[in-house]
Design a protein. Structure first.
Length: 626
């Protein structure tokens, strides 16, 4: 396996492949200023940015593989650019899979095209933020592989291309962290998987027949000071994929259940204008609307009085009233006194109408002018989520929060950030400013917020924002995006001790995304992953044929508690989530899995490795922490 990347995700992925799947891994680390011909194939020293992580991987390799074949290791290669020469020296022609997880989409695409030419059978896993481009790239590279190997059946050709986005993979978990009770959602090619946390009190309710229990939460889940990493005695942490006896034996623990799976249509809203359309209520202010209503009522009253006093037809009476109001009617000199009085009143109403019409015109022009600008947080806003950072991850989290109809206020220091356009289109209140400056969080109404999501790319900025928000509202729910493990652990324990009554969560995008990338490199379709406290549960689609742990077994027999569970059967030959593909969710326990079946499984990372033949079957053990 070859992993090429320039950030922490590359190292997480290399460790995942080595530690969980037992694969031989070559890690290509870009080093600016080096010549690729001088550095290719040279383990050498690691760059200062990755030195500590690489050293940790190397220490784990030596400790785990003592007495094992020397080939099972992580080889670190420094290079200035990932070109054909570097890929050849790294062994791409003999490699089983290549992961390109650079932060720059263009770099990943260039390397993918070169790798496909060098090895048509290579499995490619590419990190791309652009979804539409990723779909086209998948089709192009798979077609190139089929053309290069025309003698092989496309179904047997072990060359597949998978385009993933770490932001898309992590966004559901980050959004769910911000709001208690929000379902954890995985989206893959139009397929939606919902996993919802249930408190112990709700477990006595009648469940949908399609539900299945994915995990038992730790005993301290409902304790803000004891969840996620609690060292209380007797708490063994969450139990993934428990069987029915285990669920029955733990009545006081919450669960994570599979709630419903439906097809997700286009990502754009059904209404073409969607949230970007100008709301009618915002065109005029409330005071102006009352003024217009009062003038309309006065006009109606004068028209009614004219009809009653003159005996004219109602339409004619209304017509004369309008003429009087706009001062274009004939003077009622020789008319009855009642008609003259009504004409004077109508003229007075016309004088009142003039400033109202001018105000309406000015307000309408001002509203249209600001329709494309960022909204300011309303004064009375409360119970919202404050989202810090509108980069790649923050943009995806913002979109998911709005799809869940959760009120959001964004804070971003860069007015040209990637997510500003989305915030403007969705009419989300946004504060432009540095969150570390005084008054920025207050402008986001953090003192009335329900939760704070600190998703900037700087750990210190996220920490400072969390501390500032807690000083304003001590019981605020906080979720931090932190890269460094040791730093995240220290921050979490300190905040938990200082604010025992407030929920604090630390999340790493690379930790959440690495299992999905690693699973895709093993040649199987990984639909996504959900976090269960500090562990990860994967959803994967596998072929039953040739797998002794699935083939010719019933659904009940194929269930291994703590490792994997069959939750659905795929129909059709098309990839999941695309036209021609379907899923059967309510499977009978005695249904026999045949060689022609494809199944969707909920599995732990080690369980997936066992299904792929990477590890021998052994008693279920907790998955490594996220």
């Amino acid at each position: 396996m070859i992993v090429s990347g320039d950030d922490v995700l590359a190292h997480r992925l290399a460790g995942e492949l080595h530690d969980v799947y037992g694969e031989r891994v070559t890690l290509l680390v870009p080093v600016p200023g080096d010549s690729p011909h001088q550095s290719a194939g040279r383990p050498g020293r690691a760059s200062s940015l990755f030195g500590r992580v690489t050293a940790a991987v190397t220490r784990g390799t030596v400790g785990e593989q003592r007495g094992a074949p020397a080939a099972r290791s992580v080889r670190v290669v420094e290079t200035a650019e990932v070109d054909e020469t570097v890929l050849v020296d790294a062994g791409v022609e003999q490699a089983a899979a290549l992961a390109l997880v650079h932060d720059d989409d263009e770099t990943n695409i260039r390397a993918a095209l070169a790798a496909r030419r060098l090895n048509p059978r290579l499995r490619l896993v590419i990190r791309l933020y652009n979804r539409k481009l990723g779909q086209h790239l998948e089709t192009l590279l798979d077609q190139a592989a089929a053309v290069a190997e025309p003698c092989l059946d496309p179904k047997l050709l072990d060359a597949s291309t998978t385009v993933l986005s770490d932001a898309d993979t992590a966004a559901p978990a980050l959004a769910a962290t911000a709001v208690a009770g929000t379902s954890k959602v995985i989206q893959a090619g139009g397929l939606l998987l919902h996993a919802v946390e249930r408190s112990p009190a709700a477990r006595g309710e009648t469940a949908d027949p399609g539900l299945c229990t994915l995990a038992l939460l730790s005993a301290t889940t409902n304790d803000p000071a004891g969840c996620e990493g609690s060292e209380r005695s007797g708490d063994q942490g969450p139990l993934l994929l428990p069987d029915d006896p285990a669920v029955a034996a733990a009545p006081g623990r919450g669960t994570v259940a599979l709630e419903a799976i439906t097809y997700a249509g286009p990502t754009l809203p059904s209404n073409r204008f969607g949230a970007s359309a100008l709301p009618v209520a915002s065109l005029f202010s409330r005071r102006l609307r009352w003024s217009l209503g009062g003038v309309a009522a006065a006009v109606g009253a004068i028209a009614l009085a004219s009809w009653l006093t003159t005996g004219d037809h109602p339409l004619h009476a209304a017509y004369l009233t309008l003429l009087d109001i706009f001062a274009i009617g004939d003077p009622a000199v020789e008319e009855p006194t009642s008609r003259q009085v009504l004409q004077i009143l109508a003229g007075f109403v016309g004088l009142l109408l003039l400033p109202v019409l001018v105000a309406a015109l000015l307000e309408g022009l001002g509203t249209f002018r600001t329709a494309t600008s960022l909204r300011r947080p309303p004064r009375g806003l409360s119970g919202h989520v404050v989202l810090l950072g509108l980069g790649k991850v923050g943009t995806r989290v913002l979109a998911r929060l709005r799809r869940l109809n959760i009120p959001v206020v964004c804070v971003e220091s860069d007015p040209e950030a990637r997510g500003i356009a989305l915030a403007r289109r969705l009419r989300v209140p946004t504060v432009i400013g540095d969150v570390t400056e005084e008054g920025v969080l207050e402008a986001a109404r953090v003192h009335r917020a329900h939760a704070l999501l600190a998703l900037t790319s700087v750990d210190i900025t996220n920490l400072e924002a969390a501390l500032s928000a807690r000083s304003v509202k001590p019981d605020l729910r906080v979720a931090l995006r932190l890269y460094d493990d040791d730093f995240a652990t220290a921050v979490y324990r300190t905040l938990r001790a200082a604010h025992p009554d407030a929920l604090t969560r630390s999340r790493s995008v690379s930790h959440l995304a690495a299992p999905a990338f690693a699973g895709a490199m093993m040649g199987r379709q990984i639909l996504g992953a959900i976090p269960v406290e500090r562990r990860v549960l994967l959803f994967a689609a596998l072929e039953v044929a040739g797998n002794p742990l699935l083939e010719d077994r019933t659904v009940a027999e194929a269930f291994h508690p703590g490792a994997w569970r069959v939750i659905a059967l795929a129909t059709g030959s098309a990839p999941l989530g695309r036209p021609g593909a379907g899923l059967v969710w309510q499977l009978e326990p005695d249904r026999v899995l045949g060689a022609g079946d494809r199944v969707v499984l909920a599995t732990t990372r080690r369980g997936l490795a066992e299904l792929l033949g990477r590890h021998p079957r052994r008693p279920a053990t907790p998955d490594p922490a996220v």
